[in-house]
Every structure is written in C-alpha cells, then in structure tokens.
Design a protein around this ligand. Structure first.
Ligand code: GLY
Length: 293
C-alpha cells in the first residue's frame, strides 16, 4: 500500500491583474486540498485530480474555467487534459467555449474512441453529452481585454498518487491572454500533462516553450528510465534554462516525492501539497518534499 499524495498549482504569476494577496491564494489552495483529500482516499488519483482541477476552474482568480483570460477577439477558449497511469490514456479538449469545467470534458473523452477534441465540433459534441452552457468570462478578464492586457501566465493543475500507487495528472488553462484565435496551448498536449507508473507532471508557463521542450513527457520518461524525480526535474529545468524557456511544474513520483519547481523568469509559482501525514505547504518558489521537510 502506497502513501497517498496530492499537489496542486494555480499557475505562475497568478496574482497578476488581481487584488488577491499571496495569503488569499494560499487559503484558497489549502481549502481545495482539504476538500479533495477525502476523494483521493475514497476514490483514487483520477477522481482526485479531476475534482481538484474543477475547483481550481471554479475560482475566478485563476486562469482556467471561470476567470479564463480572453483571446484577441474577446472570446474565452479553454483547454484541459487528464491522464492516469493505469491505462495510459491521455484525453483532452482544446479551445472549447462556454462550459464550466473543461477538465470534466477531458475526462469524458477518456472513454471515447477519439481522446482529444478541439474547437467548435468539440463544443457541439459536448452539448450532446450534457455539458451545460456556462459563461466563464469575468468582469476582471473583460476589463483586461479592453485595455489589451494579456496578464501573466497562469494555468491550474493537479497531480496525485493514491494508496494503490496509481498516479494521475490533470491541467486546465485559459491560455496566455490576447493570443490569436486558433493558437493551441500546451496543457492539452503531452508536453503540458503526462502520467505513467513512475511519475506524473502538470506544467504552467509559456506554452510554446513547454511544447518545444516536451517537458512533462521528458520528465516522466526520465523517471521511467530510472532517474529520481528530483534529478529528472533538475536536468529538465537546466536544459530549459539553456534555451531561455519559462515554465513551472508540479510532479509526483512513485516513491512519494513531490516537487514544485520552475525556470528563472517565470514569476511566482503557487503550489500546495498534502501527503499521507496531511501536511500542506504553499510556497512561492521551489518545493521538494520530503527533501525540504
Ligand atoms: N501554459 C498555458 C498556455 O501557454 O496556453
């Protein structure tokens, strides 16, 4: 039996354009951890990461679901993905509109023949699957768009390991803000979200950098090939730094290691975690647990 663990993030630079204090963001993340922990214990890692990301999507402060940034044409288009190690199926939605929980749509595609769907046809299909219309645009995001402010990067995610040792990861984003319609975020690619038996990873930051680096899949593959998560993250971030890439990440390994870390220049990464001893942390920068405990 494995020790359960859960780590969540609210993106890098998530305070940008909001009135929220670091303490406010910390309190919201800790409340989500507290709400999701029983689900991890009772229902396992997939259910937990989906529930955590749904709650993060419900928080208007964060750039996913309600509170998503707007694209250049004033529309909110959202992307999300989920993956668990038991069957290794990656499922996601790209640039969907007017739903509350893109991660739930991504999870719904897990059971379908086609696991990733995009844009208007995806929305039409989700309408047939009972996904109710929901306007995710907040007054704050509309005001940002009207003054052509993109805001900082900010995406949400969760990675968990349950007591069976199953690892799952999920990520959701409203994109970078002011992007040209049609741009594809990293979140619903295997660069932004990936899980296997050895580790799970969720990314935030500049989507183009994350995709060019194949970041999540790169870290998980390194762990699968035997590298410890700490070392896999350190090597991957060093390589990213050399290319001046900017991103942050959270990760969980099969041995119970939890990591939140980032490249230089990404801004503050907000992450919080809880493990089998129900201890939680919110840190602005780097967390390697239990190494830092
Ligand atoms: N990481 C979110 C995006 O680039 O869209």
């Amino acid at each position: 039996m494995s020790r359960p663990a859960l780590i969540i993030h609210a993106g890098a630079g998530a305070r940008e354009r909001t009135q929220a204090s670091r303490e406010d963001i910390a309190a919201r993340l800790e409340a989500i951890l507290a709400a999701v922990w029983p689900l991890l214990i009772a229902h396992g890692a997939r259910r937990a990461v989906r529930a955590a990301v749904e709650r993060l999507e419900d928080e208007p402060l964060f750039n996913a679901g309600t509170g998503s940034k707007l694209q250049a044409d004033g529309q909110a288009r959202m992307s999300a993905a989920i993956m668990a190690a038991d069957d290794g199926v990656f499922s996601g939605v790209i640039n969907v509109e007017r739903i509350a929980h893109p991660v739930a749509a991504a999870d719904r595609l897990h059971a379908e023949q086609h696991h990733v769907m995009a844009g208007t046809p995806a929305n039409a299909w989700l309408g047939t699957q009972g996904f109710a219309e929901h306007d995710p645009v907040t007054a704050q995001r509309r005001a940002e768009w009207q003054t052509e402010r993109a805001g900082a990067h900010g995406t949400v995610g969760a990675v968990a390991r349950d007591d069976t040792g199953l690892i799952a990861a999920a990520t959701s984003t409203g994109g970078v803000g002011m992007e040209r319609p049609g741009r594809v975020s990293d979140s619903a690619t295997v660069a932004g979200t990936y899980a296997a038996a050895a580790a799970g990873v969720s990314l935030t930051g500049v989507g183009e950098h994350i995709v060019n680096h194949a970041a999540a899949a790169r870290i998980v593959t390194r762990c699968t090939d035997g590298l410890a998560l700490d070392a896999a993250v350190a090597r991957t971030l060093a390589e990213a730094q050399a290319r001046e890439f900017e991103f942050g990440l959270i990760a969980v390994a099969a041995d119970g290691t939890l990591v939140a870390d980032q490249t230089a220049g990404i801004g503050t990464l907000y992450a919080a975690c809880v493990d089998g001893q129900t201890r939680s942390f919110v840190r602005a920068e780097r967390l390697h647990w239990p190494t830092d405990s």
